[in-house]
Write a protein that binds this ligand. Structure first.
Ligand SMILES: *Cc1c(COP(=O)(O)O)cnc(C)c1O
Length: 467
């Protein structure tokens, strides 16, 4: 019997482990991993053998299968992909990308002991926020700032600190749900606050807020309707009006901006998004926003506001549970530094670079891809270049679209198209497009370079895309 003949009965773990073929796997993956994975492989062989005595593979096939499973076992499931979905800040695809030079600082603080919470002057315990607080204050005009794990945590912490066991009025038009799991009413109750719904879904008036204020009101709050817009017969009370009403009643005004930009995006030809400094100028005592949405930094929730309120928020024991680690602080610092030079921001910050790319550049990429894709897909599909609209994503400027260019792939049937989309996802560097109107679109707004994409086209599995 040779190693390419089918086995006659399921082999033992020891027999395989002592074979020559297994020894190179042991060298590469370690005996313990090989044994563990081999046990699972042999167990499924024995099950199959019970059902069908002719089901056994050859020794060669068994070793190949073992190697494949070991590769999967050793690999990290979180990996790089190409986001050609047309959504620049895609929450499921990891939102903002950090520029390479930011990572040097992250690596430096991650691989060394640091003064994270240590004051080098006094030799006493310090505060991790001090490393970024003044930078955030300079960029936003706020008196004080603190940082937590994400904006959901920021809202939770603010409400729990300022509103616990009290009432918080919010307009019915602003009871948002973000990404399926962040909902204002639920965050409110988990923070220990009682939500008081104000006005109607489409129209809320200042009088509605006034009527909602009671002796038990903790604060007034506005929430940026990040992922929808109410149109038609509508009325919203402006942040400055709500702020004035709050202050007349000695209450703080909290504004959850969601994305919140640090700069005026219209200067870059982009749609208008409220800036953090304008929210503070309009009278907010506390503003919350994300680090990895339009800001373009690491996942974080930034809370800015008056010295007194930020101090209360930092003193909440929950802050400890929601705090950021040193790598986030390092990345956030470097990203915020880029904002001190707004003229070169679009060059250095990937999020802004993607959002402001000229159409001609996208067209060039599309033309580079057209021939290689057409010849790879040959009879399986038609490939063309189309005009599309990209979106910013992550609840930033939900209705605004950016003119863009995409590769459009038309297959012979819906199932062939789905199979094709799956084979692009199955590439060594998975490519994620979007299906629209019976076509697969690869929006080029977030593509930096076509070579990597083209070089791997020979790995496309087209076996299920034939009809
Ligand atoms: C996105 C968003 C949040 C949640 O922020 P994460 O960074 O996803 O935790 C909260 N509020 C608003 C208005 C948002 O847009």
């Amino acid at each position: 019997m040779t190693s390419s003949d089918s086995l006659e009965r399921p082999p033992s773990v020891d027999k395989i482990l002592s074979s020559d073929a297994a020894s190179h796997l042991i060298e590469r993956y370690g005996r313990s991993s090989v044994t563990q994975v081999l046990r699972a492989v042999l167990e499924s062989l024995r099950q199959a053998y019970k059902a069908d005595k002719n089901s056994l593979p050859s020794m060669d096939t068994l070793i190949q299968d073992l190697e494949l499973r070991l590769e999967e076992h050793a690999g990290f499931s979180l990996k790089r992909i190409l986001n050609l979905s047309g959504t620049v800040l895609h929450t499921n695809l990891g939102r903002a990308l950090l520029p390479q030079d930011v990572l040097n600082t992250v690596v430096e603080v991650a691989s060394n002991a640091t003064n994270l919470e240590y004051d080098l002057d006094s030799g006493k315990r310090g505060d991790r926020d001090t490393h970024i607080e003044s930078l955030i204050c300079n960029l936003t005009g706020a008196e004080a700032a603190t940082v937590v794990n994400n904006n959901a945590a920021a809202v939770l912490l603010v409400l729990n600190t300022l509103g616990h066991s009290k009432e918080v009025p919010v307009s019915r038009g602003e009871l948002v749900e973000i990404g399926g799991s962040f909902r204002i009413p639920e965050i409110m109750s988990r923070s220990g606050c009682t939500l008081v719904e104000v006005g109607a879904t489409n129209r809320t008036h200042l009088k509605d807020y006034r009527d909602a204020i009671s002796a038990n009101t903790a604060l007034l709050m506005k929430v940026h309707t990040s992922n929808y817009e109410i149109r038609g017969f509508t009325n919203e009370v402006s942040p400055s009006e709500v702020a004035n009403l709050a202050h007349d009643n000695n209450l703080p005004f909290v504004n959850d901006l969601g994305s919140g930009s640090l700069i005026d995006l219209t200067k870059f030809g982009l749609p208008d998004e409220p800036t953090v400094s304008s929210a503070i100028k309009a009278g907010a005592d506390v503003v919350t926003f994300s680090g990895d949405k339009l800001l373009g930094g690491p996942q974080a929730g930034i809370i800015v506001g008056t010295r007194q309120l930020i101090q209360e928020i930092k003193a909440n024991p929950m802050k400890r549970a929601l705090r950021v680690d040193k790598m986030t602080i390092a990345a956030l610092f470097e990203i915020l530094k880029l904002y001190e030079d707004p003229d070169r921001l679009a060059q250095h910050l990937p999020t802004l670079r993607f959002l402001t790319r000229p159409l001609e550049a996208l067209n060039t990429l599309a033309n580079n891809l057209l021939d290689p894709l057409s010849s790879t897909l040959g009879n399986y599909a038609e490939v063309s270049i189309v005009d599309v609209e990209s979106q910013i994503g992550s609840g930033s400027l939900p209705l605004e679209r950016l003119q863009s260019k995409a590769i459009c792939i038309k297959a012979k049937s819906d199932s062939a198209l789905r199979a094709l989309a799956a084979s692009f996802r199955g590439l060594p560097l998975p490519v994620i497009g979007r299906i629209h109107d019976g076509t697969l679109l690869f929006d080029l707004r977030t593509m930096e370079d076509t070579a990597e994409f083209i070089d791997q086209l020979n790995h496309l599995d087209l076996s299920e895309s034939t009809s």
